[in-house]
Design a protein around this ligand. Structure first.
Ligand SMILES: *Cc1c(COP(=O)(O)O)cnc(C)c1O
Length: 395
């Protein structure tokens, strides 16, 4: 094991299940380890590096901002914050934005908004319905929102005010709704939960239910937002307009940032209700603005649809060949391959050897989420590496 990994084992809290790879450099879809070995990175920093690693547009924006102005408090206005707010609002169905530093924080903020809306306009209602198998972040409150026992059991007592119901099941939302309910929050496609795409009518039915009952419809787009599903925002794929969304991951393309956006009717937070020292920081906003602006101007999300078809076709051909593959599912460049046994850890380990980085999202499934700028030939190479890895593990 490398000296660096030994040092990490000595000094870092052992909370991450890491692959034995020390990444020292990245460019586009490629990263290099400490020995100079090259990998195709189909994890993209967990669906963060949407323009690939160190895209010149992002690097330049951050460099220039770093030598101009990095941080002011939110007692003042800054140019990058206003630019970022505008490009997101002008290109979405939402009217206003608040900037945070992460996805979990964005979700915390939007729950405050929903509770205040419930207090003002639904008789003090405060309960939020979320889905089983969801993922909304690692703060204590988001542990209650995240409908997975693994993220909840150790942190009892959980924050009150959340009900977890089966995903892709509108009836379960209807029966969980009562006088205390103020909002429904779901992911357009569940990412961390194993890449679960809902039926075509699900989000429409949620939309209608929220309209009928004066509930805030919140979409957690931390993973699906900013082009990942083949549209700038995931909701655009489902023919609905949510009342509020949260973003993070791909929003910064590598700089840490999050956001929640809402329609005017739901913008009930008043001065002093919410805030963040770093939220909307000039440095990260300059980076995020460069990323979003580039993705919008160059219609990157459109290309994601053809890249997705290409990737799925390649994976389907692997499915024909390898009996171990049970299912290919996903949307845009958020795809999972499910196996008939708990071999995803072995497959990912073998892919490391082959020079391809993937995420074992479930014991029996891998998640594939390359940068949105991945090329067709890089997809072909990744397919052949995965082919070799599956062959070696299942032979
Ligand atoms: C990653 C993720 C989060 C949490 O984001 P952090 O930046 O890690 O706090 C929340 N929701 C979804 C859907 C995610 O994928």
């Amino acid at each position: 094991m490398s000296e660096l990994i030994n040092r990490e084992n000595k000094y870092y809290m052992q909370v991450a299940r890491r692959q034995p790879v020390v990444i020292v450099k990245g460019e586009g879809t490629i990263v290099w380890d400490e020995d100079g070995k090259e990998y195709l990175d189909f994890t993209a920093g967990w669906a963060v590096n949407n323009l690939g690693h160190c895209h010149p547009v992002l690097v330049k924006a951050v460099q220039e901002q770093a030598q101009t102005l990095m941080q002011t408090s939110n007692q003042f206005f800054t140019v990058p914050q206003i630019n970022l707010a505008q490009v997101l609002i002008d290109n979405s169905c939402l009217d206003r934005i608040f900037l945070s530093n992460s996805g979990a924080e964005a979700n915390e903020g939007v729950i405050k908004l929903a509770r205040k809306y419930g207090k003002l306009h639904r008789d003090g209602a405060y309960e939020v319905i979320t889905a089983l198998n969801s993922f909304h972040g690692r703060t204590l409150t988001m542990a209650a929102a995240t409908g997975q026992p693994h993220y909840q059991e150790q942190w009892q007592p959980l924050a009150p005010g959340f009900v977890n119901v089966p995903y892709n099941d509108i009836e379960s939302i209807k029966s969980a709704t009562n006088a205390k309910t103020c909002a429904v929050m779901v992911e357009p496609v569940q990412g961390e939960g194993g890449v679960n795409v809902p039926d075509a009518g699900y989000l429409k039915a949620v939309r209608q239910w929220c309209d009928e009952n004066n509930l805030v419809m919140i979409l957690d787009e931390v993973q699906t937002g900013i082009g990942r599903l083949g549209s700038l925002f995931g909701y655009q794929k489902f023919g609905i307009e949510p009342d509020a969304i949260t973003l993070a991951k791909g929003l910064g393309g590598g700089v840490p940032i999050g956001a929640f956006l809402a329609k005017d009717k739901f913008c009930v937070l008043a001065p002093g209700d919410h805030g963040s020292t770093y939220g909307g920081n000039a440095l990260t906003c300059a980076g995020a603005f460069a990323v979003v602006n580039y993705i919008v101007k160059n219609k990157i999300a459109d290309e994601v649809n053809s890249l997705s078809e290409h990737l799925k076709t390649g994976l389907e051909s692997l499915k024909e060949k390898h009996k171990a593959i049970e299912e290919i599912r996903g949307m845009g460049l958020l795809i999972a391959v499910q196996f008939n046994a708990d071999i995803s850890g072995d497959i990912v380990g073998q892919c490391n050897q082959e020079g391809l980085l993937l995420n074992p999202v479930r014991p029996n499934a891998i998640r594939i989420m390359p940068p949105l700028t991945v090329s067709y030939s890089e997809i072909d190479i990744a397919i052949s590496k995965l082919d070799a890895a599956i062959g070696k593990i299942t032979s």
